[in-house]
Ligand binder design. Structure first.
Ligand SMILES: [Zn+2]
Length: 282
């Protein structure tokens, strides 16, 4: 937190050292799945920058002064409402009053968030249905901003939407006949995925902390009563809870990266693990 404030001060004091060299138009995204899809829509004529490295926990991330200087050069910033975004956006806006800051969750019907003590659950990107809606809205904004490339953007979008529709159909088929609906994950990145496919997400973390004592016992009971066969862990978060549960239950820990840029393959392999574990379970 202290270092983020210092970065903001350094950023503001360096505002007048602008660089006017010829560069590609810059579009900024916060997490890598959006980066990947937006880059596919706009193509190589544009630079699409992802602020948070794929391996980092977005809720704890703090950008450097150098990153802020880069963000301030963007034409559009598609944001996710992470706390660092709220903290740096006034300084970015001051540096570049023309920047379009678009909240990707703006038009979505969000679920209340019990996990992060925030008003809304913004773990939306792993729902292929929501992602389609967002990409359509994103493309509308891109079309308005870079109208010369509208036809190309629309063509690329059509292809992506077709892929996501196929993925959604495949996931529906794979997950519809699961007898066991409970999914144990370290961090609740799968809220909307589970909602779409009628699964029950059980996040191991509580307010970003690993469970201990009574809470841990509570999970051990749930694993038994809900006949859970796998523990899913995301590498961006602490694995203390997942390891403690695995040690006591002997259940395997499966690593799943919620920020993988190989979106389709990642979700299919997640669904396959679920299906196989429950098909072979008694
Ligand atoms: Zn989260």
């Amino acid at each position: 937190m202290k270092s983020l404030l210092l970065s903001i001060v350094l950023f503001i004091s360096g505002l007048f050292a602008k660089d006017y060299s010829m560069e590609k138009p810059l579009i900024v995204t916060t997490i890598s799945p959006y980066n990947h899809f937006i880059q596919r829509i706009v193509g190589e004529k544009y630079e699409v920058l992802c602020i948070i490295p794929q391996s980092k926990n977005p809720h704890l991330f703090e950008p450097t002064t150098k990153q802020m200087q880069k963000i301030a050069k963007a034409t559009i910033w598609f944001s996710m409402g992470e706390s660092f975004e709220n903290q740096i956006s006034p300084a970015i806006k001051r540096a570049n009053p023309k920047i379009q800051m678009i909240d990707l969750c703006d038009d979505l019907d969000l679920i209340a968030d019990s996990h992060h003590k925030k008003a809304q659950d913004r773990h939306v990107w792993l729902s292929p249905k929501i992602l389609q809606k967002q990409l359509i809205s994103i493309t509308k904004i891109l079309n308005k901003t870079f109208s010369d490339d509208e036809k190309r953007f629309e063509k690329n979008l059509t292809q992506i939407i077709a892929e996501l529709k196929n993925l959604d159909a495949e996931l529906t088929t794979m997950l519809s006949d699961l007898k066991n609906k409970a999914v144990l994950v370290t961090h609740p990145d799968f809220t909307y995925f589970c909602k779409d496919y009628e699964l029950e997400q059980l996040p191991i973390e509580k307010f970003g902390n690993s469970p201990t004592g009574k809470l841990l016992q509570n999970y051990l009971n749930k694993i038994k009563t809900k006949n859970i066969k796998l523990i899913f862990h995301q590498p961006q978060y602490s694995d203390i809870g997942a390891k403690a549960l695995s040690k006591q239950t002997k259940l395997p820990i499966i690593i799943i990266d919620p920020f993988s840029s190989d979106y389709t393959h990642n979700l299919l392999s997640f669904a396959r693990s679920l299906k196989e574990s429950y098909v072979t379970s008694p």
